[in-house]
Write a protein that binds this ligand. Structure first.
Ligand code: UTP
Length: 290
């Protein structure tokens, strides 16, 4: 029987230099889309997909993350006293059950592959998900849930994919594809940031993965790839041909919150889904669109 995906790794040890000075004292993953930090959106998505254990790979200057996901008895008491049920609900949603949240440190930002490898002790011999909180996905069904459903059908390794303009292939991990039925793609190879002329396709990997634990064996070799970083894409490429490997054309829109304009667009798109503010936001947007 196929092992269920119950663990998720959140690599959040990057320096977030594109958002300086905002990220000097506040981790990039704590920047909010309206009123909820990016990392909390990612945790909520994982919960909706059935994830039970959460592994944060952090680095220096990330203490705000620990405080955010901790229980704050004093704040809870204050909100109770004020009968602020809305605030209390919002705060309770940030809490992760005792023993279900794990922190590990990546002492140096040596690359995404290295960050994932830092979670190996908690992942153990189980399949696991990875969510990069910088990639925010707005969809009917949460993106990771769509992937878990696909995993129940085909097993192995699954990455969420979308088409990008050919001139942008040098920004992403790109698939070499076998068959494509419009939903699932069979993967024949993966290349990190290929030049447009050399890219085997224009299907790029977004920050959502379901991987088998054997990827850790390949990561443990610490081989450097593009940009002299230890690349997750290179370790995943080693699994191709050894285990099933699929790309999933997910339903939804992905926003790159690692950059300023993408972050702003995600903020607007998220706000427009919120019944408590959509009309007002639309009014404001109209004001600035003329
Ligand atoms: P990015 O390269 O987009 O994030 O990595 P960054 O380095 O924080 O941002 P900039 O470019 O300096 O503005 C994508 C994801 O991988 C994590 C980051 O935290 C982010 O969630 N990451 C990246 C690590 O955890 N460790 C690394 O060594 C590299």
């Amino acid at each position: 029987m196929r092992k269920p995906v119950l663990k998720a790794v959140f690599p959040v040890a990057g320096l977030g230099t594109r958002f300086l000075p905002a990220t000097k004292a506040i981790p990039k993953e704590m920047l909010p889309l309206v009123d909820k930090p990016l990392l909390q959106h990612a945790v909520d998505e994982a919960r909706a997909a059935g994830i039970e254990e959460f592994v944060f790979v952090t680095g220096g200057g990330k203490r705000a993350i620990e405080d955010h996901f901790d229980a704050d008895a004093e704040l809870n008491r204050f909100l109770e006293l004020k009968h602020n049920t809305e605030g209390l609900d919002a705060v309770r949603q940030t809490e992760i059950a005792p023993g279900k949240l794990f922190y590990t440190r990546q002492q140096q930002p040596l690359g995404l592959g290295h960050a994932v490898w830092c979670a190996r002790a908690v992942v153990g011999s189980d399949p696991f998900a990875i969510i990069l909180p910088d990639d925010y996905v707005l969809s009917q069904t949460p993106c990771l849930k769509q992937m878990v459903e696909a995993y129940q059908e085909v097993g192995g390794n699954i990455v969420a994919v979308e088409n990008v303009p050919r001139e942008h292939t040098n920004r992403y991990g790109i698939l070499k594809i076998g068959s494509d039925d419009g939903r699932l793609v069979t993967v024949e190879g993966l290349v990190e940031k290929p030049a447009p002329a050399e890219a085997p396709s224009t299907l790029s990997i977004i920050g959502r993965y379901i991987l088998q634990p054997e990827v850790m064996d390949h990561l443990s070799r610490h081989e450097r790839g593009t940009g002299n970083e230890i690349q997750l894409t290179d370790a995943m490429a080693r699994l191709v041909g050894q285990q099933p490997f699929h790309g999933l054309h997910f339903e939804g829109t992905r926003f790159d919150c690692g950059g300023k304009v993408g972050f702003l667009e995600a903020t607007i798109a998220h706000a427009l889904t919120r019944p408590d503010m959509a009309d007002n936001v639309r009014r404001v947007l109209k004001k600035y669109s003329s």
